[in-house]
Design a protein around this ligand. Structure first.
Ligand SMILES: [Ca+2]
Ligand SMILES: [Ca+2]
Length: 371
């Protein structure tokens, strides 16, 4: 009895921690001729990738990794497996900054990571800034058959050089699938925070795209070209099975157009001013959108373009009352009307802050659970 219990425990341990899973390290002060250990880290993820196997984790130490300092604008080359994903993440408590060093606004200066037919990759806790790709690209781009990709807890700010240049771009042939974008901060961008797009003649944009617990603040601090047109999420042609839930949007629209199917939008908070909308739909079969339990607030009273207010969807159409009256925080004040108003059946465990959700009688709308 005792032996079989030990065998079971051993089997569980082996399943959770593949015996050959390894941790590797990189640092802005490292060297690609080093060993990749904590004491002797590499300098570039390009070097690190050559060693990565399913189950491995690459930790990036804090500091700034400048464009092309040992590999940039690179295709990510290594996939994990369903039971042993590869993780590329920040070293706990530290902030690695991947800086594309863009100069001016001429597109095509470079992207951070292209994921081409990559599977079971988790990217967490990185700061991604000043990348300037080109038409229809993003700083990070899961494309062409990539699947089971998790982008979580990253900080995106000041990427892009024109309105077709985004923080994250999802698309391709074959259609990417099982893409989860969770708990990220999306600051200033020239295009959209997340753009899912393909032309009508191409295969598809994505299947099973989940966007949850993110804070979209894409218009913050823009002095030039500010105003309508800066989107949080753009969902376009042949995207199917997409869930947008528990996000907070400040002057960052959700824009749906084309042959998009099976869209679920719930438990979000949106504040729109200066002519922004919260939700825009065009050329889109509205029967494909299930929308409920959201707070949609526009200072001009029109949170929608192409969509309609309703009294039957458990939405709220008043000011969400952010903490301290700020428009640069995801945090709700303790008197927010969004508190305890989210749909528990459509919720996500833990909030943007990592706090337990729900607190109180029900989950709060938006990325922040307050009480
Ligand atoms: Ca609550
Ligand atoms: Ca919270």
């Amino acid at each position: 009895m005792r032996l079989s219990a030990l065998l079971i425990a051993g089997a569980l341990l082996a399943a959770a921690n593949p015996a050959d899973a390894a941790s590797y390290y990189m640092s802005p002060t490292g060297s690609d001729s080093a060993a990749g250990t904590l004491a002797s880290p590499w300098k570039s993820y390009k070097r690190a990738q050559s060693a990565l196997k399913p189950g491995d984790t690459l930790f990036a130490r804090g500091g700034t990794y400048l464009k092309c300092a040992g590999g940039c604008g690179s295709a990510w080359t290594k996939s994990g497996t369903a039971t042993a994903p590869i993780t590329f993440r920040n070293y706990p408590g530290e902030t690695p900054v991947f800086d594309g060093g863009k100069v001016g606004t001429t597109p095509g200066q470079g992207y951070f990571l292209i994921l081409d037919a990559i599977a079971h990759l988790h990217i967490k806790g990185l700061k991604v800034t000043k990348w300037c790709s080109q038409w229809g690209d993003g700083a990070i781009e899961p494309e062409d058959g990539s699947h089971d990709i998790l982008l979580e807890g990253n900080h995106f700010v000041d990427n892009g050089c024109d309105k077709l240049d985004h923080h994250i771009y999802v698309a391709g042939d074959p259609t990417p699938w099982n893409i989860t974008i969770r708990g990220n901060y999306f600051g200033k961008v020239s295009g959209a925070a997340i753009h899912c797009y393909n032309t009508a003649s191409e295969v598809g944009c994505a299947k099973n795209l989940v966007i949850e617990n993110n804070f979209f603040d894409v218009d913050a601090g823009q002095t030039a070209d500010s105003g309508p047109g800066y989107d949080g999420v753009i969902l376009r042609h042949k995207l199917t099975d997409v869930t947008v839930r528990h996000n907070t949007f400040v002057n960052s629209d959700i824009d749906i157009g084309g042959a998009v199917t099976k869209v679920k939008i719930h438990n979000n908070v949106c504040y729109a001013s200066n002519g922004h909308h919260c939700l825009s739909t065009w050329g889109f079969n509205k029967a494909e959108l299930v929308e409920h339990h959201n707070l949609w607030h526009a200072t001009d009273g029109t949170p929608f373009s192409g969509w309609s207010k309703s009294t039957t969807r458990n939405n709220i159409y008043t000011n969400p009352l952010f903490e301290g009256g700020s428009l640069t925080t995801h945090k709700l004040s303790t008197s927010s009307p969004a508190i305890d108003k989210a749909d528990p059946a459509s919720s996500v465990p833990n909030d943007y802050d990592g706090q337990t959700r729900p607190m109180g009688s029900a989950p709060d709308m938006g990325a922040d659970e307050v009480r």
